[in-house]
Design a protein around this ligand. Structure first.
Ligand code: ADP
Ligand code: MG
Length: 335
């Protein structure tokens, strides 16, 4: 049972409605005398009732994209392009608008729950505080909501668990508590940046189940950021593959897993352990380019076994190729 007084009142949203629309997003960081071009011309949509995955190796710009949409980039960042949240433009929006949005409509979970939980307070107290930051509710109602939130994220014996301190919980349980905190105010969007990276495989699957349930039962839009394509197989609805700050392929999860065409996506797939088929992660040979001095042409060409001379000259654009959209001039005929 949930208490409706603890909920924001808005019109009935539908699954599949676009809640966040990112267009031609670029982020540059000033770094001494040079500029790190961390995100380059990214276009993507995040929809209600869906898990939208953002995948790519470390340093590909995934966190920068989601931090941009929270308005939480470091002060040395310059952002261009457009990010709309339910129709409101966020690029260039006043800090107060972004702060309000973060508190009320967007929740966020990160890789390491221990750094975000206060070791001195019970998880129940921290959850109740998260509820009371944005809602005027009694201490009793907030405490009741804390139990309900732990229930929602499948913490067993929630009414007893509210009395636990963070160190008394396992890593998987702590991450559930973090998810509970992130959804305390019933947001429209949950951003999960590497939420299972610190967890072992079995626990990963349980935490992903929680995300899936929240998507289905609460019509939550979830942006799932991970370097591990294996993580998204069972839970994502759509997948965006990033490389060196750009999207190289995007599509529905099945199409990306079974009909991907971009050599980078295929490389990631070949080296990704699946949750149902654990194995050793074998990285793609070579390393991503330095983002201050990107080569001309395709950023992946240096590592691509299929690259031809033209790949080092012309920068491919994302376009429909078969079942997905891909940025590679070697597939589907030149655009
Ligand atoms: P990912 O989440 O995919 O691992 P990030 O978005 O964190 O990648 O980083 C993308 C690139 O931007 C990296 O090269 C990173 O070093 C750089 N970067 C991130 N934040 C800053 C910053 N504040 N100043 C300079 N460079 C940054
Ligand atoms: Mg990151």
């Amino acid at each position: 049972m949930t208490d409706d007084r603890l909920r924001p009142q808005h019109h009935e949203p539908r699954n599949g409605d676009v809640i966040v629309s990112v267009r031609d997003l670029s982020v540059r960081f000033a770094a001494g005398n040079s500029t790190v071009h961390a995100v380059r011309g990214v276009d993507l949509d995040i929809r209600r009732g869906e898990v939208t995955a953002l995948v790519g190796e470390s340093g590909s710009g995934k966190s920068t994209v989601v931090l941009a949409l929270m308005g939480l980039l470091a002060p040395n960042a310059t952002v261009s392009g457009s990010i709309t949240f339910d129709g409101t433009e966020l690029v260039g929006a006043p800090p107060v608008v972004l702060r309000r949005l973060r508190g009320a409509r967007v929740g966020m979970v990160f890789q390491d729950p221990m750094t975000s939980l206060n070791p001195m307070h019970t998880v129940g107290r921290q959850l109740a505080e998260a509820v009371r930051v944005h809602r005027r509710v009694s201490a009793k109602d907030a405490a009741r909501r804390a139990v309900e939130l732990l229930d929602l994220v499948a913490v067993p014996h929630a009414s007893q668990r509210v009395g636990s301190y963070p160190h008394e919980l396992s890593g998987g349980m702590r991450q559930r508590v973090m998810i509970a905190m992130a959804i305390a105010n019933d947001p429209d969007l949950l951003i999960a940046d590497e939420p299972t990276t610190a967890l072992d495989v079995t626990i990963q699957a349980q935490v992903l189940d929680v995300l899936e349930r929240l998507r289905d039962e609460r019509r939550l839009a979830i942006a799932l950021v991970t370097h591990d394509l294996g993580v998204v197989a069972g839970v994502a609805d759509s997948v965006n593959v990033m490389y060196a700050g750009s999207l190289v392929e995007q599509g529905d999860v099945r199409d990306v897993f079974y009909r991907a065409v971009h050599p980078y996506t295929l490389g990631l797939l070949a080296c990704s352990p699946r949750l149902d088929r654990p194995g050793e992660l074998v990285p793609i040979a070579g390393s991503p380019p330095v983002l201050t001095e990107l080569p001309a042409g395709c950023a992946f060409a240096q590592r691509c076994e299929r690259a031809v001379d033209g790949c080092h000259v012309r920068r491919p654009v994302l376009r429909p190729v078969g079942a997905t959209r891909a940025a590679c001039d070697l597939v589907g005929g030149a655009s």
